[in-house]
Design a protein around this ligand. Structure first.
Ligand SMILES: [Fe+2]
Length: 161
């Protein structure tokens, strides 16, 4: 099925908030491009890796802004972002200092992206949809939460995401 995104964003990781999904898609595409360049060069293209890191920082800020605008408590999610960014920054420095191989970094980023979207961003996406619906009753929720939860949970605007 065509989701309108590149083939790099797994369908199961769509959170149904356009801006977040678009950014996730961009992050996965950039990560795939970085991976291909690493294989080709057997080294880290530093400028490209730093650009990906900047994109990730911007993305985290976008999610935080969306949550704040919707009146959601983002503290727990913010801590997860901080931990993820700190971990990736540390590994990036190590690869740049030749203390770590580039493919360990790629595996680490891959793991964090997928796990974070599945564990945190899907709940955020659902909470943002609920908040949008509370603002505008004509705004419709995605028909089925794609992760098999969500609809049955008592999630309210303002809750911890
Ligand atoms: Fe997030």
């Amino acid at each position: 099925m065509n989701t309108g995104f590149s083939s790099h964003l797994p369908r199961a990781l769509i959170v149904n908030v356009a801006e977040i999904d678009r950014q996730h898609d961009g992050l996965f595409s950039e990560l795939a491009a970085l991976k291909a360049m690493c294989i080709e060069q057997n080294a880290l293209p530093v400028a490209r890796a730093e650009a990906l890191f900047d994109l990730l920082v911007t993305h985290c800020a976008t999610e935080e802004q969306l949550a704040r605008d919707a009146g959601l408590d983002f503290r727990k999610h913010h801590e997860k972002h901080e931990r993820m960014l700190k971990g990736i920054r540390k590994m990036l420095n190590e690869v740049e200092g030749e203390a770590l191989d580039v493919f360990s970094l790629i595996r680490y980023i891959d793991y964090w992206f997928e796990r974070h979207i599945a564990d945190e961003d899907k709940d955020l996406g659902y909470a943002l949809q609920l908040a949008a619906q509370a603002e505008d009753p004509d705004c419709r929720l995605a028909p089925e939460p794609m992760w098999g939860g969500g609809a049955g949970r008592a999630m309210q605007p303002g809750q911890l995401v």
